[in-house]
Ligand binder design. Structure first.
Ligand code: NAP
Length: 296
């Protein structure tokens, strides 16, 4: 029997573990892949208060070592189901807790075309604020039409020589104020009603082929491609113990408990406006504190 089982060893989950361990609770953390979550992909973290600069990998490793040394148990198993009575079923067994914190994060949506995964770190990125700096005075493209893509294009236009903004429709889903700002930038070119058909290059990205709605294709030579087509949380397995909205995010109030007693949610996987390292660790501390307070 564990006091708290945490699902997901990203910053939110591991911060929840930290707070629970400081309250002397017995903690088990499940992680399907490797610790760290999305932050390990950040080349540099420069927006974490009081830390000038740290790599995402170092940040995650420091946090992992910290909670492990404090006594957290980690199991690298895939959670398949959670029951209302706080039983967690994985691909390897069944575990009982008094409280469960869901901190499974969200994954960047993929284009799912050839070369996409092979060229990650070789011209393809899902995070402009992490990797934009590598494209100083180069030519880049951003794909997407939501706030993330629009903000990324604005951000990159101050670093790169030229930014193509490729979107599958005429209208942007993102806010008008970003569109207005984009239009005022001389080095941004809109490529609308277009989708990326192929990613081309030998051992790194060299160009993309886009197709417009009439079926016309063209090649665009670029050094970097930032894919910003939304996130995909994977929360359907928690639909019996949490309210999962139509986009797959879990809804929770300020105290982060779900509609089931003893079950909480933290980090990018919940409905929120700002998905950042700072807000993930904040959620982890709130969820664990609430779980401890309400523990029977
Ligand atoms: P999003 O709002 O879901 O937008 C995703 C964009 O990608 C859409 O334009 C969509 O096109 C396009 N897209 C989706 N799948 C695609 C595919 N397979 N191929 C090509 N294009 C595809 O995602 P987001 O921009 O990451 O934002 C997520 C949430 O965070 C939103 O609620 C957003 O407002 C919020 N956010 C807020 C801020 C801010 O307030 N400053 C900043 C960033 C994010 P369609 O439009 O055609 O569907």
């Amino acid at each position: 029997m564990y006091d708290i089982i945490i699902i997901g060893a990203g910053p939110a989950g591991m911060t929840a573990a930290l707070y629970a361990l400081r309250a002397n609770k017995k903690v088990l953390v499940f992680e399907a892949k490797s610790y760290g979550g999305q932050i390990v992909n950040a080349t540099k973290v420069e927006n974490y208060p009081a830390i000038d600069e740290i790599s995402g990998y170092d940040y995650a490793t420091n946090l992992y070592n910290q909670v492990k040394n404090m006594g957290a148990e980690f199991k690298f198993e895939t959670v398949e189901r959670v029951t209302e009575d706080k039983k967690v079923i994985t691909n390897n067994g069944e575990y009982q807790a008094k409280a469960v914190i869901i901190a499974t994060g969200a994954e960047n949506r993929k284009l799912n075309i050839d070369n996409e995964q092979e060229f990650v770190g070789k011209g393809i990125s899902y995070c402009a604020t992490c990797d934009g700096t590598f494209y100083k005075d180069k030519i880049v493209a951003v794909n997407g039409g939501g706030n993330t893509a629009l903000e990324d294009a604005i951000y990159l236009s101050d670093i790169a020589n030229k930014v193509y903004l490729i979107h599958r429709r005429e209208e942007f889903r993102g806010e008008q104020k970003y569109t207005d700002e984009l239009k005022s930038k001389s080095n941004i070119e809109f490529v609308l009603n277009s989708t990326i058909k192929t990613i081309n290059g030998s051992d790194k990205l060299e160009s993309i082929t886009v197709e417009d709605k009439d079926g016309n294709t063209k090649d665009i030579a670029i050094d970097g491609l930032f894919i910003a087509i939304g996130q995909e949380p994977k929360n359907q397995i928690f639909a019996n113990v949490a309210t999962v909205n139509d986009k797959g995010y879990i809804d929770a109030g300020e105290d982060l408990h779900t509609n089931i007693e003893g079950i909480y949610v933290a980090g990018d996987t919940r409905v929120k406006n700002l998905r950042q390292l700072t807000t993930a660790v904040s959620d982890g501390s709130v969820a664990a504190t609430q779980a401890i307070k309400e523990m029977k």
